[in-house]
Design a protein around this ligand. Sequence first.
Ligand SMILES: *[C@@H]1O[C@H](CO)[C@@H](O)[C@H](O)[C@H]1NC(C)=O
Length: 217
Amino acid sequence: MKSTLFYSLSLLLTTATSQLLVLPPEDLLPAKSDRGDQRPLENMDPTGPGGFSLPPFLGGGGGSGTVVLSDVVGKERSINLFAGFTRDVESVSRRLDDKAQNSTVLAPLNSAVEGLPRKPWEDARDYDALGAQAYEGGGGQDRARRNLGRFAEAHVVPVSPWEEGDKVKTLLGDREVWWESKDGKKVIQPDNIEVDSVASKVGNGEVWIIKGVRNYA
Ligand SMILES: *[C@@H]1O[C@H](CO)[C@@H](O)[C@H](O)[C@H]1NC(C)=O
């Protein structure tokens, strides 16, 4: 009787112990902060969520920790209308998310978007061709989405740093834009739009707040 009990107990213990050794469940281990600094291991994991990146002591920036344009474009209230468009337009949101491709985002102030004679997803040519119902029904929604896409793409310059006088086409691919200094201010040409400020500089580019809307039609 005694030996049977002993046997069962030791079997139980052995099973429990071997389970712990083989596969310690995460919640049985002490909290991460009590386990010492394990971050170098995470950074060296070539299959980690951020892909391969050099550990900080070899000059790496920490891969998955890199801040990109899509993280910061929504931070400034004064441009939150345009920030919303960049999220709604897939070509633009992918671009701002892409760590490998730099951009200079020309984000018009809300007041400039609100001051437009039409909504950014409206196009005078649609009204000319289709009348007042141009944006009704499924076809209308598609037209509106396409127009909003053109508006957003027309405000993303696919280079950063963007040097003064450097003529480039935006993501939309319409005529070239460049900028020049005037009285200590940056001015976007050929539309003569003043840059209010450079709101953010991150790993894949910069957000410039601009006081007007590009004329790209
Ligand atoms: C992209 O931007 C970063 C940060 O400003 C810069 O270090 C890097 O040289 C840029 N890459 C290209 C291809 O312009």
